[in-house]
Design a binder for this molecule. Structure first.
Ligand SMILES: *[C@@H]1O[C@H](CO)[C@@H](O)[C@H](O)[C@H]1NC(C)=O
Ligand SMILES: *[C@@H]1O[C@H](CO)[C@@H](O)[C@H](O)[C@H]1NC(C)=O
Ligand SMILES: *[C@@H]1O[C@H](CO)[C@@H](O)[C@H](O)[C@H]1NC(C)=O
Length: 945
């Protein structure tokens, strides 16, 4: 006899099949055969005893899948395709399908709904002996591996988690109903190497909205309430191995038609929990232990799982005595392999339910829109749905990213590969299975890191920013230490839907990262991608100024996990508008639909406001230009380079903090600190401590940054291309492209301001006073140093460093001149290229760092970063191979094969993608797993630019 819950499952199968599809192909004879088999297999399992019951269930499932079709299942499958096609961002249907998701990237496995006050679901586990930490948060550790093996961002995901400390491996399936009104999570745990140490597994539900408005109720029929030792909480113990769970209500997805969220009716739901482990093992029918308590609705949701003797509770510090509870925790100990299934179903609001045993009492007359309307999805159907989604994922993935041959000459190429490239491609070919696995889990993990947050963020007062800018250094970002100037909260709440670069280290939205992540996302699912872009541009932007904060640390839970100096946002600091690259790709795409064009039109005013904010606040013509009323000049007034007032188009990233410039995204990338005499200079410079007691003066307020000017060019060009995309769509008949309009001559401006003719490269302008006529170079400054002992610093007009910023005029596709483009290409190839990709600065520049006393952490001063490498390959493929010919094409293949080979090698060695890679060894550096922009390797593999 199978354990009780399996029986329940089979009964439900029959019920569902009967109700949904009277013409099911299961005749009574085959059913009898089937039931015989389902009984026989557990009997065999009983004989061998060690086999967990879900293994036999799976065997029976795959038999039935082979021999019987399931009409209800087929109907559900076709519904997925139907919904996927119709769920266009902005529609009610889209909002419905995206309502639930794995939107808690900070935990190992969590689900929540997109609402200001979401319901949180999560799991945790720990060893009964207490030797290791509770496993709950996604943390960086050698002893913990977690990654999404599949995730389509819309309907399903499969995550693998290996806990090497407790020697247990989880495969976690997540499937949503096609209409988004329910979901199932199935976690299958296997012990590694026959380990049988007791593991306590925890499942919890918690409603952030507080217990008064959103009470959760226990729905286990046979529950006996016991007075708890501590009467702060109710201690419940279910009396049998029956299905247990919770019932409650959630906020609905936001709707366009409802003026306020408060006016929307709440949606009732039930969630159930079932489990199975070793058949007939003594503990197989042990009840779940259940705790319930109340957490007040405020911002302090520090939802940490802790182990206290005999039970796990979540942050008990703020309990309130109340009859209503909004946190429910279930736990159970397992000594063998086991499987847990959690099913959540939204109910029609007419459904009545009693406080106990109500699982199947949904209103029978309401139409059942999908298979997942059944209270518990039978194990077989769940497995078959997951298999169906896996197959669809693989088909789509192969078509998008693997149709390109890894090896062999592309048809368009007129040359054969160099021996080096051929060798690298052979390596990839040899490890093509690992390559494919890496690529699909990179994409899946990127999608699986998408989260949803709601709340307010902190902003630093403008005067504080202004004072720091003058000094070139933050005194401290702690408001207390700034003499009581308080960081203020935004007056409005913000909802953010965004990916996170690393679930372990950076589980929240970052503006600079997100632009790159959307390059991948938009090719996978353009609707989800447009939703993310819209959240950043339309919701997160300060409507009064056009500023977008670089990091979204919304609510106190997020703030608690962020170092204080990064928690508050600076309304005068920018961050690279990489989102524009994704928008540009969409605008340039040949396959864009009318919906896409409408979307571009919708975000156009926001893009313009953002560009204008940059222009006003990040100006570099004079130290105080950001205080003047600067307006972005209209293109018509400035179409001739000779007539353009160059001081209108000089840009400087504000936020200089000693040797760091966080706003530019390249934190410690060397921007020279000037040679000076130790006194505050008269040019708004600042005193910078070099760490050995020496005070230096910078003249950073006269700096001009070539990367920022290139971003400005890219933003402006993208805005123009959206305008012309709209023109093209409105004159579909005209095959001719609209004549390129008079526009700002960015290329000429870059040459005028940033072309270092002596060194033959684009470069940062330092703003340094030129103390010597021999201004640049290596040893010329020796004489000056003698005059001023202890002093090091730089005095040239252009930066002496060679690295990523010198490439930006090419990365932004601004350069059209062949000679200029060629010199940038050669700079990259001859000075930055390593066998593993383009390094952030050249080897020679690394030696200059010491010479000029330039401090750094080898973060953006050496390592190889995939986002910039991707932009370089993109620039070659989109424009410069055509312009420069075989020299560019050769380097394209070299660079692409270097990146692919090394990232795969490191993945095979460590099982992880890394934040960046070492310039001499190729080894992974920084945070791992880092599945943000490092996942661009998928686009590099698929040659999608
Ligand atoms: C979908 O949700 C968004 C908020 O995420 C809301 O602004 C929009 O109005 C909703 N659309 C519809 C049709 O309800
Ligand atoms: C059942 O669980 C208890 C603790 O809950 C444990 O002491 C016992 O060893 C378990 N039995 C088996 C057969 O695993
Ligand atoms: C150029 O622009 C700057 C500031 O934007 C202004 O001060 C200056 O007068 C302008 N020069 C000319 C020649 O228009």
């Amino acid at each position: 006899m199978p354990p009780k819950h399996n029986q329940a499952a089979s009964t439900t199968t029959a019920a569902v099949a009967g109700k949904k599809a009277p013409t099911t192909t299961m005749t009574s004879t085959t059913k009898r055969l089937f039931l015989f088999a389902s009984t026989l297999i557990p009997m065999l399992a009983f004989l061998s005893f060690q086999i967990p019951s879900f293994v036999t269930t799976d065997v029976v499932c795959s038999w039935t899948e082979t021999f019987f079709s399931d009409a209800a299942l087929d109907e559900t499958k076709s519904k997925y395709a139907e919904v996927a096609n119709a769920a266009i961002v902005g529609t009610q249907l889209y909002n419905r399908t995206m309502h639930w998701g794995t939107y808690r990237p900070n935990v190992l496995m969590g689900v929540k709904n997109r609402a200001p006050h979401p319901l949180l679901f999560g799991i945790a586990w720990y060893d009964a002996a207490g030797r290791f930490d509770v496993k709950h948060n996604a943390v960086e550790s050698d002893r913990l591996m977690f990654r999404w093996e599949f995730h389509d961002g819309q309907f399903f995901g499969v995550q693998r988690i290996v806990d090497y400390e407790n020697r247990i491996e989880f495969m976690i399936d997540f499937v949503k109903a096609p209409d988004g009104q329910g979901w199932d999570v199935q976690a299958t745990a296997r012990r590694i190497g026959g380990s049988n140490t007791p593991i306590t597994f925890v499942v919890y539900f918690a409603h952030e909205g507080g217990a008064q408005k959103f009470p959760l109720q226990s729905i286990s029929g046979s529950t006996q309430h016991k007075a708890a030792a501590n009467d702060d909480e109710r201690y419940l113990r279910s009396g049998s191995g029956d299905v247990v769970g919770v019932a409650g209500a959630i906020e609905p997805p936001l709707a366009a038609t409802t003026p306020t969220e408060a006016a929307l009716p709440l949606i009732p739901f039930v969630a159930t929990l079932t489990d199975s482990c070793q058949a007939f093992a003594a503990n197989a029918t042990m009840p779940w232990t259940e705790f319930a308590f109340s957490k007040p609705q405020d911002d302090a949701w520090n939802f940490e799982m802790r182990r206290t003797p005999g039970r796990v509770v979540a942050d008990r510090s703020q309990h309130h005595k109340t009859n209503a509870n909004n946190v429910m925790v279930f736990k159970k100990e397992f000594t063998s392999d086991f499987r847990i299934q959690v099913c959540l179903r939204e109910l029609p609001s007419t459904t009545t339910r009693s406080s106990s045993g109500t699982l199947l009492e949904t209103d029978a007359t309401t139409p059942q829109p999908s298979l997942l309307s059944s209270p518990v999805l039978p194990a077989c159907q769940l497995t078959r749905l997951v298999n169906f989604h896996k197959a669809s994922f693989e088909a789509k993935f192969d078509k998008l990213f693997l149709s390109h041959i890894v090896s062999g000459r592309p048809a368009s190429s007129s040359q054969s590969y160099s021996p080096d490239v051929t060798k690298r491609l052979e390596y990839l070919q040899k490890h093509s299975k690992a390559l494919k696995q890496m690529a699909s889990s990179a994409l899946s993990s990127l999608i699986g890191s998408i989260g949803y947050w709601h709340g307010k963020y902190l902003v630093v007062p403008e005067e504080v920013d202004e004072a720091s800018d003058k000094r070139g250094q933050f005194v401290t970002s702690s408001s207390a230490q700034r003499g009581g100037q308080i960081d203020s909260e935004t007056t409005f709440s913000i909802s953010l839907f965004s990916g996170a670069p690393s679930r372990a280290k950076f589980p929240r939205g970052f503006l600079w990262d997100e632009g790159f992540q959307q390059l991948l996302m938009y090719r996978w699912n353009s609707e989800v991608s447009k939703d993310v872009i819209a959240h950043w541009l339309m919701v997160a932007m300060d409507p009064a100024t056009g500023w977008i904060p670089r990091e979204q640390i919304l609510g106190k839970e997020s703030r608690g996990r962020v170092p204080r100096e990064f928690a508050a946002q600076h309304p005068q600091h920018a961050n690279p508008p990489s989102m524009v690259v994704a928008v540009q790709s969409l605008a340039l795409s040949e396959h864009k639909t009318a919906d896409d064009i409408a979307f571009l039109q919708r975000i156009l005013p926001k893009l313009t406001a953002w560009r204008d904010w940059f222009h006003k606040t990040q100006c570099g013509s004079s130290p105080n230009c950001h205080n003047s009323r600067r307006v972005f000049p209209t293109s018509s007034s400035s179409n001739d380079a000779q007539q353009v007032n160059t001081s209108e188009f000089q840009y400087r990233w504000r936020s200089r903090n000693g040797f760091h410039l966080l706003a530019c995204g390249l934190d410690d990338y060397p921007r020279p600190v000037c040679f000076a005499d130790g006194r505050p200079s008269n040019s708004g410079g600042a005193t910078v401590s070099t760490g050995n007691g020496v005070q230096q003066t910078t003249t950073h307020r006269k700096e001009k940054h070539v990367d920022l000017m290139s971003w400005m060019a890219l933003m402006t060009e993208t805005i123009e291309s959206i305008k012309s995309a709209a023109i093209v769509s409105s004159n579909e008949e005209q095959s001719e492209k609209p004549k390129s309009r008079a526009s700002i001559p960015w290329e000429e401006l870059l040459v005028k301001l940033h072309w270092d003719a002596k060194s033959n490269r684009f470069s940062d302008v330092t703003g340094c006073p030129e103390v010597s006529s021999k201004e640049t170079g290596k040893s010329e400054n020796e004489g000056e140093k003698k005059k001023l002992p202890n002093f090091r610093g730089y005095s040239g007009h252009f930066s002496p460093y060679v690295g990523y910023v010198n490439l930006f005029p090419l990365l932004s596709l601004t350069i059209n001149d062949k000679k200029l483009a060629l010199s940038v290409l050669r700079l990259a190839r001859d000075e930055l290229n390593t066998p593993f990709g383009l390094a952030s600065i050249s080897l020679h520049s690394r030696s200059l760092l010491a010479q000029y006393g330039q401090q750094h952490e080898s973060y953006w001063a050496g390592p190889i970063w995939i986002n910039i490498n991707y932009l370089f390959l993109r620039a070659l493929k989109l424009k410069y191979i055509e312009l420069l010919g075989s020299e560019a094409e050769e380097f394209y293949h070299t660079l692409r094969s270097e990146l692919l080979e090394n990232i795969l090698k490191q993945y095979i060695a460590t099982d992880k993608l890394w934040e960046n890679y070492h310039w001499e060894s190729g080894k992974g550096l920084g945070t791992a797993p880092f599945t943000g922009w490092t996942a661009l390797i998928v686009l590099i593999l698929g040659e999608q630019y």
